[in-house]
Each structure stands twice: as structure tokens, then as C-alpha cells.
Design a protein around this ligand. Structure first.
Ligand code: ATP
Ligand code: MG
Length: 416
């Protein structure tokens, strides 16, 4: 992408009313546009990060047999009434609206009821089981406070998966498989070491759910973690979980974290309420076992912006960076060679943001750092004196001269 074709401008200052670090950085670097508190638009730069996060999640959900679909943002009250979740006292984040004829509608804050309603038409026999399906959807939640930038949106992107089983045992087995898939996702996103599978509040069917919590000073949760970091418990359930696990709660240390994922077993509670049954081998009608698995796609982007940044700006890990290379030409000859390298790198599948604007190099360098592009490539008349270019690694804060003949291979290895 040529910078001259990207409408995005970087800013010296974030809007005065933006208090969160992730949004300040993402706005200044041109990844998001603030519409109002908790409501952010994503620019062509921002959406590339979201799409890369989604792709990692998608690959891991596919690997455990998930199939992708998309539900609707508009929801009929009737199906939510079946489980008592249309009531604002049960769910306090609904955005409610109405059709022209006055018939009420809700904007989806979650999709469990909606998906069950749809599956009732398709899953009717033991032969149809098990199944799991997922989507990436914009969820709407009328959050009371929204001061954490894109970490707490009033509209935000979630991946939600649902699995349907004939037996509790099958559900448990699959649930365990998804925990492993989630661990792979967080490893691939570069936050595996800081992310804990955490005991959290459950529901009517199970005492606990599991949250995936990433250590992050801007998070809104507190975890209690044991010394060898094998047990993590959300503060909300500290007493219950430590008693259940037989551990002394004073041996656990508190850390501030952000909930990046949450998975639940519903047992047969929801299917009983919504009359979601299947016919077993003997012809008997039985309620289905259900589980749901959420990941906050845009929240993770915010968490990574928080924990992977410095005073110069963002520092994206290569696999979710919007581009791998920020290309800066200097001088007439430098520009001619940069043009050629831009074509060459593109054809090799390297994603390049080419700063072809008529601006001083210092301005371009500052943008490369603020945007957090993993590598900056400078082609100048001087580097070309010995047929080289300068490759600067944002994460390591190190520059080296690389011969043009070795450049493509070097970059491909670096971003692999
Ligand atoms: P929280 O406790 O932070 O309000 P939640 O428990 O209500 O979140 P879930 O219903 O479990 O959220 O949603 C699944 C995932 O979606 C969460 O683990 C989180 O990563 C993400 N998420 C939830 N609310 C928001 C939000 N307002 N903005 C961005 N991501 C969110
Ligand atoms: Mg949750």
C-alpha cells in the first residue's frame, strides 16, 4: 500500500476526552476513529489488525471442527423471553429499539438464544450430533462506563462459538479441546505467557466458568495466581474456588488483568428452557448439552496495544501487524530503487507500507514507529553506495545494513 493512497493521518495528540492508553495510541497512529465513548470506527490500518487476529482465531476454531456462520444483529424479544433474558433486570446492557409498527427489537449483545432457535430447525436426531459453530459478530452492549478505549466498546467484535452434544461427557471432552485451542490462539497472538485460564463465576448449571485473562495494567479484573502460575482465580470467586481446589487463598498473589475470553458450560439448562431436544437411538426425546465460547477480538487488539508499546508508539507482533515493512525512500536514486523493491516485496507476499509522500524522512520515521510496523526499510543514495538498504527492527530497536541481493530472503525469514 502506498501511503499517498491511504487517507489516514497520524496525530500529535489524542482527543482530550480519551483517557485510555490503547485508544490514545490507536487514534494517534491512525488505526481507529473515535465516534463517541465506547464507539470506535476502524480505518484501513485498523481493520488489517482485526482481520489478522480473526484469521488466527478462525484457523484454531476450524481445527477443532467449528464451522463458520453469521447470525443477525437484530433480535426478536420472544426468543429471549423464553430464558428470561429480555428483561432489563436480568440483562442490563440491552440496546432496545422498535420496528415502524412499534414491535420491539433488540440489538444482539450475545447470540446463545438466537443460535438455539436456529439450530432447533436443523439438529433433531442423535445422528446430527455433535456440532459446533462460530461467528465473528459486532455485539452491542449499553455499558454503563466506557473508559477503557477499545477494550470496552459499546459495540465491539466478538468471536462466539457454540457446541451442541448428546451427552455431558462429550461436551466436557470438547470443552477441554477448546481450552487447548484458546491457548494456541493466545500463544500465536504473542500473549500466551501473560494469559491465564482462570476460574470465574459460572451459571445455573456449573459453579465455575473459565475466563482467559491477560495480565494488563489497564484491565478491569483482579486475578489471584499461585506461585508457579498453574492456578488462577478471579477475585469474584476467590472464596469458593480456593475452597473447592483445596488451596489456601493467602498463598495466591493478586494481579490486574483483562478478560480476553470466557467459556461456559450450560448443561441442559438452556435447551430445557427453549425446548431444544433431539431424538436418541431408542426414539426418546432428550435435551441437548450446550457450551459457549467467547473471545473479545477488538478487546485483544486493545490489550496488545496496551502491553506492546513504548513512548514512541505501538509495537505490533509480526503476525498481527497491519504491514510487515514501512518503506522509506531518500533521494532520487533511493526512490527509484525503493519503487522496484516495493514491487518485488509485494510479489513475494511481503506486506509493505510505502511512504511515498513528499515529507521529510524524520516525519516518516516517526510515523513508522508510532504505527508500530515491525520493520522499517530505508533506501537512500548513501545506503546504495554499497548496494545496501537499512533494515530497522522496531521490537529490538536495532538497525543493520543488508545487501539488496539478500534482502527478500532476510525479510521473509524475519517475518515468518
Ligand atoms: P466484562 O466482564 O469485561 O464486561 P463479560 O464477561 O460481560 O465481559 P462475555 O459476555 O463473557 O463478557 O463476552 C465474551 C468476551 O467478549 C469477553 O471475554 C471479552 O473478551 C469480550 N467483551 C465483553 N464485553 C466487551 C466490551 N464491552 N468491549 C469489548 N470486548 C468485550
Ligand atoms: Mg465474561
Amino acid at each position: 500500500m502506498r501511503r499517498s493512497k491511504l487517507f489516514v493521518k497520524t496525530l500529535k495528540d489524542a482527543p482530550a476526552d480519551e483517557v485510555s492508553k490503547n485508544a490514545q495510541l490507536l487514534i494517534r497512529a491512525g488505526f481507529v476513529h473515535k465516534v463517541m465513548a465506547g464507539v470506535y470506527a476502524y480505518t484501513p490500518l485498523g481493520i488489517r489488525v482485526i482481520e489478522k487476529i480473526k484469521q488466527i482465531v478462525r484457523e484454531e476454531m476450524d481445527a477443532v471442527g467449528g464451522t463458520e456462520l453469521i447470525m443477525t444483529a437484530l433480535q426478536r424479544p420472544e426468543i429471549w423471553k423464553e430464558t428470561g433474558r429480555w428483561d432489563d433486570r436480568a440483562v442490563d446492557v440491552w440496546f432496545k429499539t422498535a420496528l415502524k409498527d412499534g414491535k420491539p427489537l433488540g440489538l444482539a449483545w450475545s447470540h446463545e438464544e438466537a443460535i438455539i432457535e436456529m439450530l432447533k430447525n436443523h439438529i433433531t436426531s442423535y445422528k446430527d450430533l455433535p456440532q459446533s459453530m462460530y461467528q465473528f459478530q459486532t455485539k452491542f452492549r449499553n455499558e454503563l462506563r466506557s473508559k477503557s478505549g477499545i477494550m470496552r466498546g459499546r459495540e465491539f467484535v466478538m468471536k462466539d462459538m457454540y457446541s451442541v452434544h448428546a451427552t455431558e461427557e462429550d461436551c466436557d471432552k470438547y470443552y477441554q479441546k477448546v481450552i487447548e485451542a484458546y491457548n494456541r490462539i493466545f500463544d500465536r497472538l504473542g500473549v500466551g505467557d501473560q494469559t491465564f485460564v482462570t476460574f470465574a463465576s459460572g451459571g445455573a448449571f456449573t459453579k465455575f466458568s473459565h475466563e482467559f485473562q491477560t495480565i494488563c495494567a489497564a484491565g478491569e479484573d483482579t486475578l489471584y495466581v499461585n506461585e508457579d502460575q498453574t492456578v488462577a482465580v478471579n477475585e469474584e470467586v476467590l472464596d469458593d474456588a480456593s475452597a473447592e481446589l483445596g488451596i489456601d487463598k493467602s498463598s495466591l498473589q493478586p494481579v490486574v488483568s483483562a478478560e480476553v475470553g470466557n467459556i461456559f458450560k450450560f448443561g441442559t439448562e438452556k435447551s430445557e428452557k427453549m425446548n431444544f431436544v433431539y431424538t436418541d437411538k431408542d426414539g426418546a426425546q432428550k435435551p441437548l448439552y450446550l457450551a459457549s465460547y467467547g473471545i473479545g477480538v477488538t478487546r485483544i487488539m486493545g490489550v496488545i496495544a496496551e502491553i506492546s508499546s513504548d513512548d514512541k508508539g505501538l509495537i505490533w507482533p509480526s503476525n498481527i501487524a497491519p504491514y510487515h515493512i514501512y518503506l522509506v525512500p531518500i533521494g532520487e536514486k533511493g526512490t527509484k530503487v525503493a519503487d522496484e523493491l516495493y514491487e518485488k516485496l509485494n510479489s513475494e507476499g511481503v506486506e509493505v507500507l510505502y511512504d511515498d509522500r513528499d515529507e521529510r524522512p524524520g516525519i516518516k520515521f516517526a510515523d513508522a514507529e508510532l504505527m508500530g510496523i515491525p520493520y522499517r526499510l530505508v533506501v537512500s543514495d548513501r545506503t546504495l553506495e554499497d548496494d545496501s538498504v537499512e533494515l530497522y527492527n522496531r521490537q529490538a530497536d536495532k538497525a543493520e545494513n543488508v545487501k539488496i541481493t539478500e534482502l527478500v530472503q532476510k525479510i521473509k525469514t524475519a517475518i515468518a
